[in-house]
Design a protein around this ligand. Sequence first.
Ligand SMILES: NC(=O)c1ccc[n+]([C@@H]2O[C@H](COP(=O)([O-])OP(=O)(O)OC[C@H]3O[C@@H](n4cnc5c(N)ncnc54)[C@H](O)[C@@H]3O)[C@@H](O)[C@H]2O)c1
Length: 666
Amino acid sequence: MDCVLKLDRLPEKKPFQEGIRRAPRRDSVLSEHDMEIALKNALRYIPEKFHEELAPEFMEELKTRGRIYGYRFRPEGRLWGKPIDCYEGKCIEGKAFQVMIDNNLDFEVALYPYELVTYGETGQVCQNWMQYLLIKQYLKELTNTQTLVIESGHPLGVFRSHENAPRVILTNGLMVGLFDKPEEFNRAAAMGVANYGQMTAGGWMYIGPQGIVHGTFNTLLNAGRLKLGIPKDKDLAGRLFVSAGLGGMSGAQGKAAEIAGAAAIIAEVDYSRIETRYKQGWVSKVSDDLKTCVEWAQQAQKDGTPLAIAYHGNVVDLLHYLINNNIHVDLLSDQTSCHAVYEGGYCPAGISFAERTRLLAEDHETFKKAVDASLKLHIAAIDELHKRGTYFFDYGNSFLKAVYDAGVKSICKNGENEKDGFVYPSYVEDILGPQLFDYGYGPFRWVCLSGKPEDLDKTDAAAMDCIDPTRRYQDRDNWVWVRDAKKNKMVVGTQARILYQDAMGRLKIALRFNEMVRNGEIGPVMLGRDHHDTGGTDSPFRETSNIKDGSNIMADMATQCFAGNAARGMSLIALHNGGGVGIGKSINGGFGMVLDGSERVDRILSSAMPWDTMGGVARRAWARNENAIETCLAYNRDNEGTDCITIPHIADDALVHQTVLNALKD
Ligand SMILES: NC(=O)c1ccc[n+]([C@@H]2O[C@H](COP(=O)([O-])OP(=O)(O)OC[C@H]3O[C@@H](n4cnc5c(N)ncnc54)[C@H](O)[C@@H]3O)[C@@H](O)[C@H]2O)c1
């Protein structure tokens, strides 16, 4: 096995294909010394004989793009997640991960494929193309008694392990506490030692915006049930949902709203993203005229027909129009990339998209000021709509945190700082947390590695078979979702499916799929999940925002989930800093599990799948979340003799309150 990148000659410099989105210049404040380190770090991947030629080229990338991507090393043409048999490898996992990586970098799938960004403005598979090539080189040689270690995109090496150990263990952007902040991260990323893995970008489990359509559909439907009084067997027909963003994940909003029956207007400043969603059929109408957008929406509401409209323009302008024209909005959110608000994730009002890109590159201070001013206008408009009866929720993009950082203290519950949360709920706090995560329902997913649509059809049917739609309304929603998934044309990239399921539901489906692989009914399957789940993520502004025992600022759960999945033998395990909310604001992890039909895999699934989810439900139960306690009591009953989750005693609120009052009086 080669321990350096095999490179007899330098690949030719190639032109960039027109029409493929490119990342803006990334922020980095580097000293002369830092720049020298950045250059030496990038050259570590390249034989010395090529350094003279490459050093100025890498330096130019650092100066103009803020990072060294090593563009010259990107393989020519389109990358895509090909059928597994097209890949070389000495073990099935080594081949399977190559499918996943290439899918994450597909022009059709990735946000900025040349910069290895899959989604979420900054979420990268790895930092540069030299790492990509070296990772692939290792994956081709990896055997089933070895483990490849990846640290922030850098393949540290392959180490001996055993058949039941993970084949890949990867971490992204984990920083020492004192330095765990965006400026330090940007410096480290520019020097080539830190990767922003987002969640499934750096964890190689992205399956296109389908991944989030299901979560968004669940969120909107349950928001309607909880806040608009819509009965459990009805949808959002006649209701208006307004939001912003048609990018990597946010692109799911229009589709999810249509599946949930609503009329939706989604603002998007970047026309190229609207085009992508329109071509996919994920938005049905497009206009840059506000009057037209509103007329379309109102007609759809009147007819009770679903309709997703893309408004090409700034969300702040859209909200002002709705206010000035007294248009009632039922549900309101935002999914601009506020986790990277000053890096280009949020386009300020009054500035075109092109001007935003220029300012980002040339005048960051002015850009920052414009972002802050726009966020203030944005939240004032939300306040006004809220007063008029709109239900607004933060969509896990750090929007409220960004508003607070822009100087709006009144957004905080305690009027001072973010410690007690914000005056508006996060969607997890009010909706996904109590309705789904506390029961263990989360974004389970799979990829049919054969690349055959028929395999996906078979797995859809098998998954439906494993769900009892009469048990809970969540099960009915999930059953309907998978029944209609093909009709809703969810696939972008690999033949993949997302399906929210609880712990034992996931296990049942996983075992059924493995059996189907064993029987030769389907090819191998990669199982995984979004990190945005019950057990994998500690994130006080999102996944753990409905945990109220003070532990929402702790990162023990995600770390334990990661370690436990490794101990039980998941094929790939990942742990990241940042995720959907930004550096220092979450620790999140996920897994990938290759189903090869073996009994060995059955055994791993039987212990790893329940742990991966129930570790999270157990922590939610310990935090006294009612639905989680109910779920854990049932789990303890069903799994007596093997598992036992600690259940809290519940203190009486009045007793506690009086005791504290008395103590304070003394
Ligand atoms: N809720 C969830 O489950 C979830 C999941 C994944 C990601 N996220 C978060 O959602 C955010 C969006 O993710 P993404 O992958 O879609 O990112 P993205 O960067 O691909 O898309 C965001 C889009 O917002 C647009 N935009 C920015 N400012 C705008 C403005 N003022 N008006 C109109 N449009 C504007 C951008 O042009 C971009 O297309 C991120 O912060 C991400 O972390 C949430």
